[in-house]
Each structure stands twice: as structure tokens, then as C-alpha cells.
Design a protein around this ligand. Structure first.
Ligand code: SN0
Length: 315
């Protein structure tokens, strides 16, 4: 594996999942494997779980970790052939190459603009890092994907599933802000290789991008979608078609105990952070059906599996 930005980067996703589950059994099994190596994490946006779990994963392997808050540093110019006489002090060509002098792996978090759909869906900022970095790049959530989250989600489903082929429902839920589509996009991308019966439910106007929704069963009726579900994965996202907007929703889409009762005693999942009593009722989040904390705990082992794959054949 040369980089980790999407499912396609992973030669054998099933093997990567197995590795993540194995690291969980013995996190310090190869505590020196990355001794002398450095992970540099570049954040254009805030992070709690991704930052801490990836750092923890790196420590478990013996990496040194450095973090760069790109939002507080020089403004980076991403465009080529441009006269740099505005507020942007440094070009991505130099920045990515220079970070590569100090890093063996570079992690990048870059949320979408939710404004320029074309650029967001090119995964422009992450792509520019990949282009000019001289070491492997890991996505710490890009404009359109969050693969570390999806590997974690798959791992968590695997651990909790009672059926050979569980029914997994990705349900949209309300949110006060316009949020990225990255978590939902990535989730459906990775569920294609998982042995699950996936249904996506959301109000009209919230259809995912065509590339992500193809081959995905979609159901506008939340109750119908929830029937027989073994997992309810909840996430808000803003519209793709009316890009970055929040089309009006008439029905109540918040996850409540009443709605969980439609399911097959489904486990409740969410990538976090979650807005209580907007996305999901306290009663669900605080019930034994909720596995959000275990899910977040698994972030470490998904990241550890990815980091180890990227450096294992390098001296
Ligand atoms: C991000 C998102 O992509 O939706 C990160 C999720 C892992 N979530 C948020 O930005 C939530 C912000 C908020 O104000 O609730």
C-alpha cells in the first residue's frame, strides 16, 4: 500500500480489516517497527478522535508524531502558475516537499468548501498533497472521504454482528450546520466490500453524489429502512445536488428509542462528534444499544493497521 486516501488504495481490504482486529488483540506486538520514523499530521480543520487515535496508533508502532495546524500557519497557495502577491505565503509545492523532509508518513485533514462542488469532488487539497509529497499520504478526512473512519466502522460492525450478513442502515439525521458528505460517502464505499445488506435512508434532496450512490439501495421512508436493521449508522450531511445547502425537511429524522424499536434490536453507531437531541436522543445514546464509544476506541487499531502497512516494507 503506497497511500491511504480511499478504498481503491487498499490492495486487500479484507486483510487490512483482519490486521486492525489483530492489532486490537495486541497493540504493542510490534512496538519498535516504526522506531526512528516520523508521522507529521497536517490539520486544516479541527479534530479530536482522528488526531488522538492516529497519534496513539503511531506511538504503538514506535513513530514520533508531529502535528502542524495548517489553519494557523502560512496560508498555502494550491494553484499553479499564479502570481503570489496575495495573503498566501507558501506554495503547496514547497510545503509538501519540505514536510516530506521531516516525515516518513504525512496525514492530511482537509474539509470541503461546501461551496465549489467541482473542486471539492476532485479532492483538490488532498490531491495537491499527494502530488507534491515525497512520502505516503494518509487522509485524516478529506473533502469527500474519511477512510480511517470507514475501516473503523467495518471493524466495529464485524465485532458486534450476530448474523452472517447483517442489515446495515445509514440514516441521515438533522443538524444545525451544513456538514460534509465525507463520512457518508466513505461509509457506503467501504460497505461495498463488507458482507452486509446496506440501505441508505434520507429525505429527498439529500441523495449522495452519483459516484457514491450507484449500486446502493436507497429508501426515502426511514421506518421501512429501519425494519429488520441490525445496525443503524447515523450521520448528517448537506445536499450534493443543491451543493452544500440544507433543503427543508418536513418529517422528524432524529433517532429516538421509538425508531430504534422498528429495528432488530439494532446497535446505534455514529462517528462522533454528535449533537445530542438533534441527531439522536439522549435515551438512545445512553442506552446499551449505542456502541459509539467502542467505535471511537477502534479508531486506534484501524489507524495502526494503515500506518503499519505503509511502512512495513521500508527500512
Ligand atoms: C465532521 C463531518 O465531516 O461531518 C467530522 C466528522 C468526523 N463533523 C463536524 O464537523 C461536526 C461539527 C459540529 O458542529 O457538530
Amino acid at each position: 500500500m503506497n497511500q491511504f486516501t480511499c478504498l481503491e488504495d487498499v490492495p486487500d481490504p479484507q486483510a487490512l480489516l483482519d490486521k486492525a482486529l489483530q492489532w486490537k488483540q495486541n497493540p504493542l506486538a510490534a512496538a519498535d517497527s516504526a522506531k526512528g520514523k516520523t508521522l507529521v499530521m497536517v490539520f486544516f480543520n479541527p479534530s479530536l478522535r482522528t488526531r488522538l487515535s492516529t497519534e496513539k496508533a503511531a506511538q504503538n508502532l514506535g513513530f514520533s508524531v508531529m502535528t502542524f495546524e495548517a489553519s494557523q500557519g502560512w496560508q498555502l497557495e494550491m494553484e499553479d502558475q499564479i502570481v503570489m502577491n496575495t495573503d498566501k505565503a507558501e506554495h503547496i509545492r514547497e510545503a509538501a516537499a519540505v514536510i516530506s523532509q521531516y516525515a516518513d508518513v504525512i496525514g492530511v485533514r482537509s474539509f470541503p468548501s461546501l461551496d465549489d462542488r467541482e473542486k471539492d469532488y476532485q479532492d483538490y487539497i488532498l490531491g495537491r498533497f499527494v502530488e507534491y509529497a515525497q512520502v505516503p499520504v494518509i487522509s485524516l478526512e478529506s473533502a469527500i472521504r474519511h477512510p480511517l473512519q470507514s475501516l473503523t466502522d467495518w471493524m466495529t460492525i464485524k465485532e458486534h454482528q450476530k448474523q452472517a450478513r447483517p442489515k446495515v442502515v445509514l440514516s441521515w439525521a438533522p443538524h444545525p450546520k451544513a456538514l460534509p458528505q465525507a463520512v457518508a460517502n466513505s461509509f457506503v464505499e467501504w460497505m461495498q466490500v463488507a458482507d452486509v445488506d446496506l440501505v441508505v435512508t434520507h429525505p429527498e434532496g439529500y441523495e449522495l453524489a452519483p459516484d457514491f450512490r450507484q449500486n446502493v439501495r436507497q429508501e426515502y421512508d426511514q421506518q421501512k429502512a429501519f425494519e429488520g436493521a441490525d445496525f443503524v449508522y447515523t450521520k448528517n450531511w448537506s445536499a450534493y445536488s443543491d451543493y452544500g445547502q440544507k433543503p427543508t425537511v418536513k418529517k422528524d429524522w432524529m433517532i429516538s428509542l421509538e425508531k430504534m424499536a422498528w429495528t432488530n434490536e439494532a446497535k446505534f453507531m455514529h462517528c462522533l462528534p454528535v449533537r445530542r437531541n438533534v441527531v439522536v436522543a439522549d435515551a438512545v445514546l445512553d442506552s446499551p444499544q449505542s456502541i459509539v464509544i467502542q467505535q471511537a476506541g477502534n479508531r486506534t487499531f484501524a489507524a495502526q493497521a494503515v500506518l503499519h502497512e505503509l511502512i512495513k516494507n521500508k527500512v
